[in-house]
Design a protein around this ligand. Sequence first.
Ligand code: BES
Ligand code: MN
Ligand code: ZN
Length: 501
Amino acid sequence: MDFTIKSGNPEKQRTACVVVGIFESHRLSAAAEAIDTASKRYLSNILKRGDIDGKIGQSLLLHNVPGTSSARVLLVGCGKGKDLNTSHYREIVTNSINKLKLTSATEAVSYLAELNVKVNSKESKDEYWKIRQLVEISQSTLYQFNQFKTKNKKAKNKLRKLVLTVPDRKHVTAGERAIRDGIAIGKGVSLARDLANLPPNICTPSYLADQAKKIGKAQKSVKVTVLDEAAMEKLGMGSLLSVSQGSRQPAKLISMEYKGGKKDARPFVLVGKGVTFDTGGISIKPSAAMDEMKYDMCGAASVFGTVSAVAEMGLPINVVGVVPTVENMPDGEATRPGDIYTSMSGQTIEVLNTDAEGRLILCDALTYSEKFNPATIIDIATLTGACVIALGKHASGLLSNNDSLAKDILDAGETAGDRSWQLPLWDEYQHQIDSPFADMANVGGREAGTITAACFLSRFTKKFKWAHLDIAGTAWLTGKNKGATGRPVPMLVQYLMDRCE
Ligand code: BES
Ligand code: MN
Ligand code: ZN
């Protein structure tokens, strides 16, 4: 997709489709008003017929509107107009792209960034934010994953070019910056979705290691290293290695070091769970929907997406992506419930449930990450079914040993439209993972499963400002829109952008 910025009158645009907003009770946005005047009240007359009343989600496609230079005008419902919030705006933009997809227009000029989007009663979103959202949402909405279909591929999107308008020439520079950033973030999101949507017979730990090396080749600023099982053995990663014991696929530990900041500036470290398939191991999962456990590497995918976006943007900071990646399978060598393993930290773990494997690979990756001397460390993982029950698909679970880091993540999520919600990490919960035989157990019972998983990780991150994101509910969708979402790439990139000032 090609994006450009301009400012100019909607009725004068020579294009396949002009996109303008209308509000409830037949009120027109400024762009719709201009077309209405140029067309001698053509829009007002149509609105009076009542085919569309302006609610969010509605739209009406008009052809050959008199007095205009474009083939089509797409009216998009924008609700009441006042008190339009960021979620409304995202919904309106998504709807406009979905409707454009149904036409054969190859190009469109969108006036939706002229909408007044409220942050609160006093503040509104600026042109940069509105344009960047348009760019990110367009790319996301046009995303397809067709590579394994030999027939009945979804029709290719015809839309090739989107012209985004700003109210005044003085906004063009901010608009162009928004396009550049939006494209980089959109690419990162698509990369994360592609990796996650791949079938688990292709996307193995070795495949992910190769993809990391590819990023290292494409981006000079990214140095990639891959540790094999022998190297991990030497480092004492008994916990991580226990998980892949039952698989034919060897485990890998990938590091992607992006250097955009001062040489000695402490890096922001991202650690992503990369279980390329989670059968549960000997504590095997039920078969229903087990295919979805190919998505158990979405944390890893989000780290890939974020590192490549940050490198493409050339952010003036240092970032390290660490990806422990394994396949969790049951066989004669697989971990048994009751096994005890020693982690790289020296702490011992009694594995009571082999399906609680995410924390077992993350703990060693977190200990390993100490060597980067992180400014902050954030892990991202499809860690618990309990998180899906608690928060559903709208918010990722957030737990942290540092409230100001948690706030930065919450704020970044708010800005990026990729939100998380904080859960408590109180000491009271720690007792649930006591073990009679080892330093800790890998499960803490049915109660507060998301929190006890984070309690486990917290024992490996005491030295640093650390946050854990449980993305079990947000990383992929089921049902008719089944597929990876690329979350939380937008939030992570925003968090890192916010650290650049
Ligand atoms: N990958 C799963 C978590 C998961 C399950 C994410 C379903 C999304 C949908 C994780 O490895 C797991 O199996 N967790 C267990 C932990 C339990 C044994 C303490 C779970 O949530 O059931
Ligand atoms: Mn599991
Ligand atoms: Zn898992």
